[in-house]
Design a protein around this ligand. Sequence first.
Ligand code: ADP
Ligand code: TRP
Length: 356
Amino acid sequence: MKPIVLSGIRPTGQLHLGNYLGALQKFVKMQQEGKYESYFFIADLHALTTNPDPKVLHENVKNVLAEYIAAGLDPEKSTLFIQSDVREVAELYLLLNMHVGIGELMRTAAFKDKARKQLGITVDNPDDDIEDVARQLIGNNSNKRVNAGLLTYPTLMAVDILIQKADFVPVGKDQEQHLELTRRFARRFNSFYNVDFFKEPQNFNFGGEPVKVPGLDGSGKMGKSEGNCLYLTDEDKVLRKKVMRAVTDAGPTVPNQPMAEPVANLFTILKLVATPDKVQFFTDAYNRCEIRYGDLKKELAEDILAITAPIRERFKEIHSDEEYLRRVVKRGAEQAREHARQTVEEVRRIMGIHPF
Ligand code: ADP
Ligand code: TRP
């Protein structure tokens, strides 16, 4: 039996370079190695926690599916499916929630961040405790609301993983806390019922550290909600323009000067897309105070386009073939459900739900 790999991306917009380098590229590489049984899905139920517009949701699901395939995921080699097609996920989500504490959910970084956004609370340090959020949530003195789906987001993610008994879950750095919770829920379930049932899944990075792709606007990560994305489907001109506008500084004035964050961010992306020789060339130029940021950006844009332009062109073709996309997810759902059904049957039995 091959180890099982599973991962998903929320369909909340077009995929960007961060999604590709942090997640999708790893999915493709793992698929190509042929050593795993792989499941890749579109997390539409997770998207509903923040983006519940029905028309946009449907369009985004189709986009991400076409982007998966355009980037190299092959329905003949991997099971590609839509999360909501696997209805067993909803059932296990209910069952697993009986063993999940609301306190631990409220302490997750992603929840604190998104809940604050929904409540309109701003803080200097996102790690500050959650009393401000908790007070507003429990108190009834505001008409603002954080939906329970957002709070239980980690349960749903754990269910995606545990229901397929995944061994490896390739995700970016920002998802590691959710993965840690998944392991905790699996251990808790096993020890509560005294079974050895759920596996504890691990992130997978081909031996390296998980990458975090920064934005080109000076600080922070590249993200759909940050409005600083280089999209896989950006036309050449658009992408070049975005890269040329990246924030830099006035340039180093003494040799080997430490890099300011915006400049370090450019190098971080360069290292992910360019040859080591090119990275060395620009690093040396910086250290000698001879760097021309314009040249660096031009090279960077071309190296990014070498990755994204072929994906963009394949995307256009695949996106227009609805019949094909329908076939892919229909078959994917059947395969994913088969596995999921077995897991839920077992869980029901373990929990004491069985026929007379
Ligand atoms: P976004 O943050 O843009 O909404 P998602 O949360 O949908 O993206 O992330 C989908 C996948 O892409 C996850 O595995 C996540 O870790 C990865 N990812 C997203 N942004 C980045 C980034 N800037 N760098 C590395 N990986 C990222
Ligand atoms: N939470 C993940 C993200 O924002 C998406 C996701 C949902 C996921 N379920 C998952 C990723 C299961 C890996 C495994 O990117």
